[in-house]
Structures are given as C-alpha cells and as structure tokens.
Design a protein around this ligand. Structure first.
Ligand code: SF4
Length: 453
C-alpha cells in the first residue's frame, strides 16, 4: 500500500509504484520551503531522502516540479530497494517527446533531464530520432485542425480491445441512425477550422457496406480541402473489397491502414480475428494496386505469442515494405476481454520483442516518427510509429504531439482545442454509447460549435 501526506501527488506516485507490481508498504512525505523540494520515501524499513533546489514561476510550475521530484524520489527508492531499473525510468507520462520539446523550447538539451529521470540511453535516442523525423512536420499553428471521424463497428470483437466498438452483428441495427447523426455532426463542422488532414478511424471503417461507406466519405468530402492528407483505418483484412478501395480512391483518400497485428494464424484465432495471414497479403496487394500509402499495425505481447512468432511478423511486415509500420505494446485497459493476469504470462519477452523490432526497422531504413506510452502497456513499453523517409503521417504527428486542434465526430470521439499561448488543452467528448449519441446529436453539435467558437 502506498500512502502520502500530499494527496494531490497520490495518482502520480501510484503510476511509479505500478511499474514495480507488487510492492511492500511505502510511505511518502513531501514538504517544500521556498524553492527547495523535499521528498522522503520509507520502504522496507529504510528511509530515502531527496532534496532538490528548483526556482519556479507561479503555481502551475510549482505543481509540475512537485510532481516531477516526488515521482523521481519514489522511483529512486524503489529501484534501490528492488535492484530493478525501468526502461523509461521515472517517466510515467504518455508523451516523452513533449517533455523533450519543452526542454528544447527552453534552449536545453533534453538528454540530461532524461538521464536524471533514469531513462535508458536507447530510449532517449529513440526520442531524439522521433524529433528528427518530425522536422518540417512539427508546426504549432493557430486555426488549423485535423478532422477525425469515428466508425465504432467491427466484424468481431478482439479479445484485447477496450474501445467502445462492437461486433456489427449485434449493433448493425443502429447503423442507419448512426450514419445519419454522424453526417449531421460532420456537416456542422464545416469551416470550424482550416483542416489540414482527415482520418476515418474505428472500429473498422471498411466493415461498412459500399453504400454506407459512401455516405461517410461524401459527408467528409464536403468539408475537407482537396489534396489534404486523408487516411482511412481500413482495418482488418477480412473486410477489404476492391469496390470499397475504389470508393476511397474516388474520394481522395491517400493512405490506408492495414492492421494485421500479427502474421501468425494461431494468434489471430486466439485474439478473436476471423482472418488469416493469407488475407493480410491479399489486402496489401489490393491496397498497392490502388496506389495507397499503407500503414501496417503490429502488436507485441499478444496472447500466447512467442518472441519468434512476433519477430516473424516484423520480418514479414518489413518484406511487404509499407510506408509506415506501427509497433504497439499490448495494452489492457478496462473493457478488454482479456484480463491483465492472463496476459502477464505471455509478456516476459516484450522487451526483447521491442528491441528486435527497433533493430529490424532501423536496418530496413525506417525511422521512428511518433511514439507514445500507455499506462497499462505490457512490459512498460511504448508504441512507436516508424516511417520510410518522407512518408510520415502528419495526422499521427499532430495528434501525438498535440500541436493542432482535433475536430472529432462520432460516438466516443474526443475533440481537442489547443491554447498555445496559455499552454493548455481542452477536450470535449461525445457519449460512448451509440444509441445515446444518436439521441443527443442536437446537443452534441451545439456543444461542439460552442467549444470551437
Ligand atoms: S478490429 Fe480494432 S477496434 Fe475492432 S475489435 Fe479489434 S482491436 Fe477493437
């Protein structure tokens, strides 16, 4: 159990404690005097004391440093107590690149700060490579936005999935009403911002019939400028048809995601997919025939998957030579059918899987161009998007670095407004549940217009 005399630090401290799994009782104490931050951690009967002198300007900065030093103190105490160091050290935030950018904006090299936090040299270098890949793309600009459209329907539910998406066999009855509400919301977003990219995600957008897909594409076409980067998360290979890809092409889609997650048929069956590796190859061929840029998603740590099977998937994806490959670490949020305890058995090799993917992708000429972490990621690892030179997906960079507004439409869609001057972000979320989204669409649209006014 973790206790602290400063309740506002509890959640951040728990993020660090969680890295260590089952830990004995830990007591944390924080006091400050002027610009001196003092933290004490008592664990295993030993006291660890830390003192940092850090000037700050205002309450926001004070809180930031208080959180930072408290986490660092707990991490140092626990790593000393257990003899275990973590690949990201005491950094528990989901966007290490943002911390690196903020250091750069202050004119500092970020490596010393990462080192102080116990981040491994390899991970600090990964962040440096991501920043290098984002040169020429990373642009903070008022008034610009990316458009997101959510299609929360899938052909079946994968066992690790925690999205609100559901099997279309159960939710298909809502499809017509959902598309009507979605069309209304998209139309209302016309001219809200200057859109620089569009993204139709899910779910599995290509689970829609051609007619239904055309409704969504038609609505988006009325507000997206011609020539904008336009991505559709086509998704699982079992739903690809030439007719659907022809429609995407006709409506100016430039990039599609083919998401195999693994090329191992046994794993595909275990996670609840209804397709095989052969379908993945067929989907790739189709995507190429239509001239799309392709993003391919893989997951390290899937149920029962060995290091050899994961490595084989990486090799096969690289051999297909998509423009982007995203390597995720399995993440089991609330809502996933697969329970965390079950998956733990299979993730011992996760660090080796991620290391293999990095080595292979660098060697094949890919470079990391965005990365983020998730709280419940297997092995405390990260998700990294890799790109061939000049082929980075701008939408992904915008979203991960939070450098533009995001106008998001659909059930469970979260719109985001970035206030650059004030250094803050506001969000507004639509209802997760499809029937509620349909019922409340009038209010959702009104709230959104006000949010972006
Ligand atoms: S295809 Fe993706 S969104 Fe659909 S159930 Fe599987 S993981 Fe979830």
């Amino acid at each position: 159990m973790l206790t602290t005399n400063c309740e506002t630090l509890y959640a951040e401290l728990m993020d660090v404690a969680r890295l260590y799994g089952d830990i004995p009782d830990v007591a944390h104490y924080f006091v400050h005097s002027g610009d001196v931050f003092f933290n004490m951690v008592v664990v295993g009967g030993r006291e660890y004391r830390f003192e940092e002198r850090q000037p700050y300007a205002g309450e926001i900065e004070f809180k930031r440093y208080a959180r930072r030093f408290a986490k660092l103190a707990l991490y140092k105490a626990l790593s000393s107590e257990t003899g275990k160091e973590m690949p990201w050290g005491a950094l528990t935030g989901i966007r290490p690149t943002k911390l690196a950018y903020s250091e750069k904006e202050r004119g500092n090299d970020f490596f010393p700060l990462f080192k102080k936090f116990g981040v491994s040299r390899e991970n600090a270098e990964l962040v440096a490579d991501v920043l290098a890949s984002q040169e020429g793309i990373y642009a903070k600009e008022e008034g610009r936005a990316d458009l997101y459209i959510g299609i929360p329907f899938c052909p079946s539910k994968c066992n690790y999935c925690s999205f609100i998406t559901a099997d279309i066999n159960h939710t298909g009855k809502y499809l017509d009403g959902y598309l009507a509400a979605l069309g209304e919301e998209i139309a209302a977003c016309k001219g809200l911002r200057r859109y620089t990219s569009g993204y139709i995600g899910g779910g599995t957008p290509l689970v829609l019939s051609e007619e239904a897909l055309a409704r969504v594409l038609e609505a988006a076409a009325k507000i997206l400028p011609a020539g904008a980067e336009y991505t559709v998360e086509a998704g699982r290979p079992d739903v690809f048809t030439e007719g659907k890809l022809a429609l995407l092409k006709e409506y100016g889609v430039t990039r599609i995601c083919v998401n195999p997650q693994t090329f191992c048929d046994a794993t595909l069956g275990r996670i609840g997919r209804k397709h095989t590796a052969a379908d993945i190859y067929r989907a790739f061929e189709m995507a190429r025939a239509f001239g799309f840029d392709v993003n391919c998603d893989l997951i390290a740590g899937l149920t029962g998957e060995s290091l050899a099977e994961f490595s084989d998937s990486i090799d096969r994806a690289v051999a297909l030579s998509p423009e982007n490959i995203t390597v995720h670490s399995l993440c089991l949020n609330k809502g996933a059918k697969l329970k965390a305890e079950e998956s733990r058995l299979f993730v011992e090799d996760i660090g080796k899987m991620i290391a293999y993917s990095r080595e292979k992708l660098y060697a094949a000429g890919y470079r990391p161009y965005y990365m983020y972490r998730q709280k419940y990621a297997a092995g405390n690892s990260e998700n990294t998007g890799w790109t061939k030179p000049g082929k980075a997906c701008v939408y992904n960079v915008d979203v991960m670095e939070e450098i533009s507004d995001n106008v998001a439409c659909g059930a469970n869609a979260v719109s985001k407004r970035v206030f650059f001057e004030e250094g803050r972000i506001e969000r507004i979320a639509s209802p997760k549940d499809i029937p509620t989204y349909m019922q409340k669409i009038g209010k959702i649209v009104a709230d959104k217009l006000q949010f972006f006014a």
